[in-house]
Design a protein around this ligand. Sequence first.
Ligand code: EPU
Length: 422
Amino acid sequence: MDAFCVRGPVRLSGELDVAGAKNSALKLLAAALLAPGTSVVRNVPAIADMRAMRDVISHLGAAVTIRGDQYRIEVPDDLGHETPAHLVRSLRASICVLGPVLARTGRVHLAQPGGCNLGHRGIDMHLAGLEAMGAHVRVLDEAVEAECDQLVGADIELPFASVGATENLLMAAVMARGTTTIANAAREPEIADLATFLRAMGAEITGAGTDTITVRGVPELGPTDHAVVGDRILGGTFAAAAAVTGGDVIVHGVDPAHLRLPLAKLRAAGAEVTESDDAIAVRAGQLRATDLVTLPYPGFPTDLQPQFMLLLSQARGSSLVTENVFDGRLAVTAELQRMGADLEVSGHHVVVRGSSPLRGAQVRATDLRAGAALVLAGLVAQGETVVTDPWHVDRGYADLAADLRQLGADVRRTHVQAVGAA
Ligand code: EPU
């Protein structure tokens, strides 16, 4: 079986560039479908999820050429409207074609994204918003279908600031007749990036990045050329890695303003953090306890919670970590416990008692960010750590082992004999 093999402990030091944000780039590929012609998306990360998204939009009729970190997307006048199960299952984020395909073709048939390893992930807000804009939505066992003659502007208030629902409704609204407002909209930097892309295509959008987005529909959009915003979650992962290994690391390519709370938490935990325009320098200090609560942006990101939980497991004192976004995101605790972390889970809270020494063990990546946290745990642990199911990590990190080696770590991506195998 494939795995990351990590030998610790190590103190990371050096500099690293991070790629564009997965959670923006995926949506920009979907947004490109809104205009016939050739759009170019730059600074695209070389990760498995992007290749899956390329397959989704290719299936819908786009011709995609990849050169380095640049995707050239030729969108035909006649777009397909069906996305089959095998593509949607391998990439839950393909749900984001719902809005643009409906806006372009007046109908869409998307295989049900189904469950995932982060627990329950509903799409009710996506569907209710599209219905408010005049679409007829049918939820079948195996698929979701929507149809409309013409989407019409509507006032939509989301019950929760969902990233995916905000993006889908924004992409549906740009060519709707009239004005749409999305209240309690998600405010993530990736949403502001999507709005910048759409505006460059000719869309009329105000308020993206705040909790109320207003969109005045236009009859048609044109193609554009855009570089994806830097990946704040990659930046935060390496910043946590520096702090937990007692290291000294500079991360380039990410706007520190997008990591306000994680950087404040790093400082509260004892690290010295210096910010410049598109770089963050982290120098470790004596780690101490601090509490974390995940919330939609600008709250603490759920996508950094496992990496910071590891960090706090190595801090002096007890911290409380609260996960509010995904019920499955605490599965990582059982794996960290196998390595010696002192964690007590109660509902969606974890009491993290520092600082118990970690030891190398065989552990399993339960999801993308859990996998990254376990690789970082291997940097701290004495001996060898084997992290299985590394494909989760490949979904969001182009080559985590190579990045960490660049900072001095002993991490390999290898094939290991399964425990119990002949
Ligand atoms: N939710 C509903 N109904 C909906 C939509 C969402 O109940 O119609 C619930 C979900 O079940 C979840 C919560 O709302 O409990 C948050 O979901 P949200 O829609 O905000 O998240 P998402 O769009 O599914 C994106 C990222 C995630 C990231 C979250 C939160 C992409 C492709 N995914 O997911 O990224 O954790 O926002 O910031 O953009 C990752 O990169 O590891 C990852 C999981």
